[in-house]
Design a protein around this ligand. Sequence first.
Ligand code: SAH
Length: 369
Amino acid sequence: MLTLENLKTFCAAHDIPAFRAKQIMQAVFQEGAESFSDISTLSAPLKKLLEEKAGAGAPELQISTVKPTAQEVSSDNSTVKILFELPDGATIEGVLMRFNDGRRTVCISSEVGCPLKCKFCASGTLRFKRSLTWEEMADQVMYFSRYLKRQKEELNHVVYMGIGEPFRNYTNLMKSLQTIMDPQYIGLGARKITVSTAGIADKIKQFADEPFQVNLALSLHAPTQELREKIMPIALRFKLPELMEAVDYYIKTTKRRISFEYVMLKGVNDSAECAHQLAKLIKGMLCHVNLIPYNATDIEEMKGSEKQTIREFQDILNEAGIPATTRVSLGQDIAAACGQLANKAQKPVTSAIPSYKNAPLLKKKLLKK
Ligand code: SAH
C-alpha cells in the first residue's frame, strides 16, 4: 500500500525531490488518480519509473490490493456493485449507494465468503475461504472514493455490511478503520462509519473500549433465543443473555446509541408477538431499530414480510417508545442490496462511469457546510 513514508524512501533512492511523495499521495487519495500515469503533474520519465516498479510488484508502490473486474449499475444509476479480485484470485463485492438526500454510502466486504450461514442471507451460500487483510478492506473504500472524486462527488459514509463477519477479523478490521480515518488517505470521520456484526459478544465489548466513535449495528433479527438460533447459527455460540449483556456494556461504556438490525421475514419473525417481545427485550436501551425489508435471494424458504406487516411491526415498537425506522434499500435490480451479495456480477468494468442525476444537489449541500 502507498504510504507517505514509503514514497519518501522511494524518492530518496531514485534522486527524486521529496515533495513528489506528498504530491503522489494527494493525487491518488484526494484527487482520484487511478494510476501513476494519471497524475498530470508528474514528468513522463517519473511516471514511467513508478509504473515500471509498481508493475514489477514493488509492494510499497501498489495503489490497490483489490482489482475491479466486473460491475453492475442499477437502472437509475444510483447503485454500483463492483466485483473485486484479490491478489490470490479470490473475489468479493463492494457496493456504492447514492441516496437522494446526498449520502454517498459504500458497503464493503470483510471476508471471502461467509462462514456464519444465516438462513436468509445469500452471502452465506458462498463457500468461506478466508478473512480479508486490512488493505483489502481499506482499498475497497479507497476505490469507491476515487470513483466518486472523479465525478466531483464525495464519499461520506462507509458500512461494513457486505460479505462476511467483520468481528471475526478484529485486528484487520481495526487497522482498516484507522486507515480510512487517516487524513493521509480519505480522513473519514468515525461517526460516518458503521460496523455491523451478527453478534460476537466478546468483540462487541472490545469494540466498546476502542478510543474512537465508529458506530455499531447488531443484526438481532429475533427477540428470543429460540427463534434466533433457528435463523442464525451464530446464536448457538453467543446466546441472547450474553449478547444483551455485551450491548449493555457497549452503551454504558460509549454512551452511544446502538442500532439493532431486524430483517423482516414473512411468517418467521414478523408477528405482532415478536414486535412486543422485541420491545420488551430492548426497552429503555439507548438504541434504534432498523427494520430491513427482505431483499430477494435464491433461498426458496425465505420470503419478505408484506409492507403492511412491516408498518404494523414498526408501530408497535414506536408505541412502546422505541425509535424504529424501515431501511430504504437500493440496488435490488442488480442484487446489490443487503444480503444479496454473492459474487454474481457479470459485466466488465468500463471506464465510462455513469454519473448520477442528483450529484449537483450533493455538491450544493457540501458547499453550504
Ligand atoms: N455479518 C454482519 C455484516 C453482514 S450482513 C452482520 O451479520 O451484521 C449485513 C446485514 O444484512 C445484516 O443485518 C444481515 O442480516 C442483513 N441481511 C442478510 N440477508 C439479507 C436479505 N436477504 N435482505 C435484507 N437484509 C439481509
